[in-house]
Design a protein around this ligand. Sequence first.
Ligand code: SF4
Length: 398
Amino acid sequence: MPYTEDRTHWQSGQGLWEHVPESDWNNWTWQLKNRITSLEQLEKYMELTPEERAGCEHANTKLAMAITPYFFNLIDRDDPNCPIRKQVIPREGEMTVGAEEMLDPVGEDGHSPVPGLVHRYPDRVLFLVTDRCAAYCRYCTRSRLVSNAQDYNFHPEFEAGLKYIEEHPEVRDVLLSGGDPLLMSDKKIDYLLGRLRAIEHVEFIRIGSRIPVFLPQRITPELCEIFKKHGPIWMSIHTNHPRECTQTLKDACERLSFAGVPLGNQSVLLKDVNDDADIMKALVHRLVRMRVRPYYIYQCDLITGSAHLRANVCKGIEIMKQLRGHTTGYSVPQFVIDAPGGGGKVPINPQYITKIDDEAIHFKNFEGKLYRYPLNTYGPLDSDDDDDCKCDAEEIMF
Ligand code: SF4
C-alpha cells in the first residue's frame, strides 16, 4: 500500500508517560534517566517478537540498547514492522556477520592521527568527542565504539585533537560527532566551540547530532545561546522516517534556527523503514517545513550485523528519480555511498546523460524526455577544450 499521512498533523504529547509532570517530561536529564535500556524494561511496555528478544539478549555485546521515553512513544507497539521500532530495538540479525561487512566500514581508524580525530579529506576533520548517544541506532556506522559494548575503549583526547587542528592550517572545517556531541554538558560544548573558534584557520564548524530527534528537550534556550555566541555553527540532524518529525522536534528546530544554526538532515536508507519514494517524499516535505534542508541519503555502510536493515542501492537510485524534478529542488537530498575502506562519500545519481558527442550533450529530463545542449555555444573549440570534452565523455559514458 502506498504510504499516506495526515500532512496537517504533527505528533505531540507524553503518550505512555502521561502521568509524569510536564516539567519532568520536558527535562532532558529526566528523559536520559528514564531511558529503556534492558529487555525487562522493554517487555513492560510491549510484546516483542522472538527475533527482537534474541537481539536484546545480545545487545550488550555489540551495541547497547537505549531508547528515550520520548522516542519510544513514536513506536507503534502493535506493529512488528513499525519503521521506528526497527531503528532502535535490536534484532537477532545483528549477530549475523555478512561476507563483506566490517567493524570499521569506512576506514576511519586508518585515518586517525590522534585518538578521536579522523583526517581523511584534505581540508576538514571529523572530531569524535564522545562515544555515548541518547539512543542507539541499530545500524550505526560506529557500532564498534559507540556505547562501548565491544570493549573498544574509546577515549577521545580533546586536547590532543585540538592541538592537531591548531597545528594543521589546512583544516578549515571541523565536524563534531561521536557518539553524540550534544550529550555533553553545556559547559563542555561552550569550551570546545570556544577553543575551535579561537583557531584562525578554522572557518567552518558543524555538529552531527541525532539528539534533536531522540531527545529534543536537550535543545534548551541555554544551549541555543552557546551556538549563538560561537556561531555560525551548522548542524546535521538525522531523521529517517516522517513519523520522527513531531511537534517537539519542529519546535526544537525552530529554536536552533532562530539561534542562527543552519540545519541539514542526513538519512540512512534502511530496508522496510524508508526505502520507498512516497515515504522519502513525505519525510523531505516535513523537513523543509521544519526549516531543515534534506542533505544526504546514505546507503547503509557495510557495518557488521546490518544486512537485515540494508536496502538495495537500486532502491536509493529509484527514490532519487522520484524526487528530482518531482518536487522542490530544496527538498532533494544527495544519495551517497561512503566508499568502503575509506574512499569518502561518492554521489550516486540516476543516469540522466544518454550521450556526449563532439557537438552536444544528450540527456533525459525527469519525465524521460530527451534533450540536447550544445557543448560549445561560443564558436569553434580550441584543442584544449576538445581534450576536456573527450575526457569528460569517457568518464561519464560507462
Ligand atoms: S546517534 Fe549517530 S552515533 Fe549514535 S548510534 Fe545513532 S548513528 Fe550512531
